[in-house]
Ligand binder design. Sequence first.
Ligand SMILES: [Zn+2]
Length: 390
Amino acid sequence: MFGGSIRVARIRGISIELHPSWLIILALVTFTLANGVFPDQYENWSTATYWVVGTIASVLLFATVLIHELAHALVAQRRGIAVPSITLFIFGGVSSLEEQPRSAGEEFMIAAAGPLTSLVIAALTLGLWFAFEDVNQQARAVLGYLATVNLLLAVFNILPGFPLDGGRVLRSIAWNRTKSFRRATRIAGGVGELFGYGLMAIGVFLLLGGLALNGLWLMFIGWFLLGAARAETSRLKLDTILAGLRARNVMREDFPQVRPGTSLQEVADDFMVGHGERAVVVALGGSVSGIITVNDIRHVAREAWPQTPAQQAMTPREKIITVDVETPALDILHLLAEKGLNQVPVLEDGRMVGLVTRRELLERVQLAESLAPDELPEPPSEEQRHHPQP
Ligand SMILES: [Zn+2]
């Protein structure tokens, strides 16, 4: 999700990463503090002091954002859900959980831990702010800022913009009520989309009212949340439909085959144009020597097709990405998307037994959706996860 992020630390096995876009927001916050917020509040500091205190305050702000994310992550870890990474980026922080929560209660606890932590930080820094009266103006400036922003963070995150924390809390409540993870996600996703549109609308309003920067920023965040809400809903769709399916369930066993000596002209005429195949396996007596795809054929001049044997234009076996019969269907879909492939051969004990194509996989998803929109499998229950069935 966040390509180009750099790992800066490791906490309890969680990789703490910074996305390059984070530097933009760090600079923006520092600049605003040093040029606007602090000079407005305190008049007699030197320029250097404004900048130093501004930098310290913005770095500490992101430290508290990280603590907020860690709160989510540690609660998830304690519940047995692996958390590979936390990334700080332009819109704040995000923890990547390896799997969906298994129960409404679990989701509620993981989601609520973040805003609750921000609230605690706000209370602590506010207390220190009082304690530092007459002690140190600069420290007080930083504490006051941290208290304000963490309070805002807690409030903003509890708004129902799925996949924000509040949206997840909303989903856990809907999940508890409807007893359906899918229905709850649709509800939370729908509210999240509305929320995204709402923020964008307020942004336009501010923009027209003359608050250009604030307006643009809100539009930007609204647009981001809208996309995130949609992505979360469609990810879940795939997750639930393909859950439990493996390569052996979704592969076709009657994949098209030609002999190594078959001409490209024949392959193109009989299989690709003739039957709409995008890939044909090149094999001799059960042993696969490669795969020839539409792309492979395109690389050969059309005049040479009749004389060129398939084995000369094919992608040889050792260069083909393959999967095992037991590979989960969802992993295959990700693999196809990641590598830009249209199909992947399926091996069993080193022997090719089938072919999974992207087109067929997606057709299956659509079919499953249209057949039983509400009867699709729920995520596995806690019991199953703790005692995996063979
Ligand atoms: Zn959060």
